[in-house]
Design a protein around this ligand. Structure first.
Ligand SMILES: Nc1ncnc2c1ncn2[C@@H]1O[C@H](COP(=O)(O)OP(=O)(O)O)[C@@H](O)[C@H]1O
Ligand SMILES: [Mg+2]
Length: 268
């Protein structure tokens, strides 16, 4: 294997693909056989813009987006992205496909004892030859890029701070920079603001949606805060009991939809 291949430069050019749309066909997940938590979900996500998935706890939102990057193994169905069925990939092909999908987690998933800049560089690990990752030696271009991304998320002055010395909002900013370090063709975010206060939550959503829009990366974000979903997404998908029960622009989401999605009405 050449260094160029190990560094990922042999992968097809990005941004030039005709579409970054994601199509789920009859996606099914049963953690326990016979007890599906995703009921053959079929939905198409366009190759740009922000889609928010809302719905009560335990309804399958995380399972759905974790099936897309195969952190969860789907039981059935197709996940069509960039001319491949992600559900069928294994080994090297799966690793290559995963590199094209960035993920932002609720609990940040940083390496606590590494610095901010090292955590951002971790987004590049899929591209770097294993011996380089082992030595934590990254090409100069990657290091420049990691600093640019830390600057873009407002943390240029925290590059050398350990992750465990930073606030929740700062940690999530690192999570965003790390995901973008992959040059993803799709950005998934699973409740990225659930552990944050309301003001920081808005700032984090602004960063995710703003930086993705600048790069024309489609975003799918699980978010239980309906107001944030309506504010930042062009499309809202409402799930309940493992199925999609609403799909439309935020201004069409009415109280009767919310009752159907979340049940009851006393909370409205
Ligand atoms: N690893 C797992 N093993 C078994 N059951 C799981 C696992 N992850 C999630 N579940 C179950 O699947 C259902 C959907 O969970 P999840 O996708 O996390 O929902 P949400 O993100 O909407 O809260 C829940 O009933 C949950 O308990
Ligand atoms: Mg969840």
């Amino acid at each position: 294997m050449t260094a160029a291949v190990a560094n990922g430069h042999a992968t097809p050019a990005r941004g030039s693909s005709p579409g970054r749309s994601l199509v789920l066909r009859n996606l099914r997940k049963e953690y326990t056989p016979g007890k599906p938590v995703l009921l053959d979900v079929s939905v198409e996500f366009a190759g740009s813009g922000v889609t928010a998935i809302i719905g009560p706890s335990g309804t399958g939102k995380s399972t759905l987006i974790r099936c897309v990057n195969r952190l969860v193994e789907p039981t059935g169905g197709e996940i069509l992205f960039l001319d491949q069925d992600l559900a069928k990939l294994r080994g090297r092909d799966l690793r290559a496909a995963r590199r094209r999908i960035g993920m932002v987690f609720q609990e940040y998933n940083l390496v606590e004892r590494l610095t901010a800049i090292e955590n951002v560089l971790c987004g590049r690990l899929g591209y770097v030859a294993p011996w380089r990752a082992w030595l934590r030696k990254f090409p100069a271009g990657d290091i420049d890029k990691a600093f640019e991304l830390l600057d873009a998320v407002g943390l240029a002055d925290r590059a050398g701070h350990r992750a465990d010395a930073l606030s929740g909002g700062q940690r999530q900013r690192i999570g965003i920079a790390r995901a973008l370090m992959q040059d993803p063709d799709l950005l998934l975010a699973d409740e990225p603001t659930s552990s944050l206060d309301p003001k920081t939550s808005v700032e984090i959503m602004e960063l995710i949606t703003g930086l993705a829009a600048k790069r024309n990366i489609p975003v799918i974000v699980n978010i239980h805060n309906v107001e944030l979903a309506k504010r930042f997404a062009q499309r809202v998908v409402g799930m309940t009991g493992g199925a999609i029960v609403f799909d439309g622009p935020p201004d069409q989401l009415r109280d009767d939809h919310l009752k159907q999605i979340y049940g009851g009405e006393a909370w409205l």
